[in-house]
Design a protein around this ligand. Structure first.
Ligand SMILES: NC(=O)c1ccc[n+]([C@@H]2O[C@H](COP(=O)([O-])OP(=O)(O)OC[C@H]3O[C@@H](n4cnc5c(N)ncnc54)[C@H](OP(=O)(O)O)[C@@H]3O)[C@@H](O)[C@H]2O)c1
Length: 231
């Protein structure tokens, strides 16, 4: 049995990934932050193991470590994410920046730290951090996000998460863990951008196909719609 851990699994891309990997016979380890969501997920996925915790909470790393004791993980998908408003100096708030950093970076690092033993126990483990095109420093420098209305805090947090992805990729390379960032495309979810056009199920299907065909390499930054992205 190949096991996958997905954070933010109760809706949007996370739920689509849970459905996709479940249909492909993977064992599911799911992190959600609301009890009602955990109950609903347990009904849809009776064999899944559910951890109910906010990934920014102080006790999260320790709770996840206990949750994964004795488990071998083949795949970790850091998917949980949130958006903010504030796309100008005037409207961007420091409190939003802190929240997005905590979710996309602190939560991602806590998840990887807690899952590390479980990942290293697997001969071919993979960590996928769900990033965004808006985290690309190269594209930002080329003006790709100018005027698009995406918040400062989201762009900054995703860029920081990309750096975290590369730091983890360096560190775990010798242990054979593949670490990559994926922009899941402009999806029609609660977090949809104005130009969204892809369903979460379509995005999840393409990501799962890449995983199963071993199409993802260490340090890749991939876009579900267009292929490789520049960091
Ligand atoms: N939608 C897009 O077009 C798009 C584009 C690029 C990248 N992304 C990225 O794709 C990922 C999934 O986004 P989505 O579109 O599926 O968004 P979504 O529908 O809003 O789902 C976000 C999920 O993350 C969970 N979450 C957020 N903060 C959390 C926390 N602190 N602890 C635990 N769970 C938390 C939410 O839980 P609750 O239900 O409890 O809120 C929800 O399950 C995100 O990382 C996002 O940045 C999305």
């Amino acid at each position: 049995m190949r096991n996958v851990l997905i954070t933010g699994a109760n809706r949007g891309l996370g739920l689509a990934l849970a459905r996709e990997f479940s249909s492909r016979g993977h064992g599911l380890f799911l992190v959600v932050r609301r009890f009602d969501a955990a109950t609903e997920m347990q009904i849809e996925f009776p064999d899944a193991k559910l951890l109910c915790c906010d990934i920014t909470a102080q006790q999260y790393e320790q709770q996840l470590r206990q949750f994964l004791q004795g488990v071998t993980l083949n795949l970790l998908i850091n998917n949980a994410g949130s958006g903010s408003s504030g796309s100008s100096v005037d409207s961007a708030l420091c409190s939003q920046l802190q929240r997005e950093f905590d979710t996309h970076c602190k939560g991602t690092l806590a998840t990887v730290k807690a899952a590390l033993v479980s990942l290293i126990n697997s001969p071919q483990a993979m960590i996928l951090n769900i990033s965004s095109r808006r985290g690309s420093m190269t594209m930002q420098a080329q003006g790709a996000a100018k005027g698009a209305g995406c918040s400062f805090s989201y762009r900054i947090a995703k860029a920081a998460q990309n750096m975290l992805t590369l730091c983890i990729a360096d560190d775990l390379e010798e242990q054979g863990v593949v670490v990559a960032a994926i922009h899941p495309g402009r999806m029609l979810t609660a977090m949809a951008a104005a130009d969204a056009q892809l369903t979460a199920a379509e995005s999840a299907g393409r990501i799962a196909e890449w995983v199963s065909t071993k199409a993802i390499n260490n340090r890749d930054y991939l876009c579900v719609e267009t292929g490789k992205l520049p960091w």
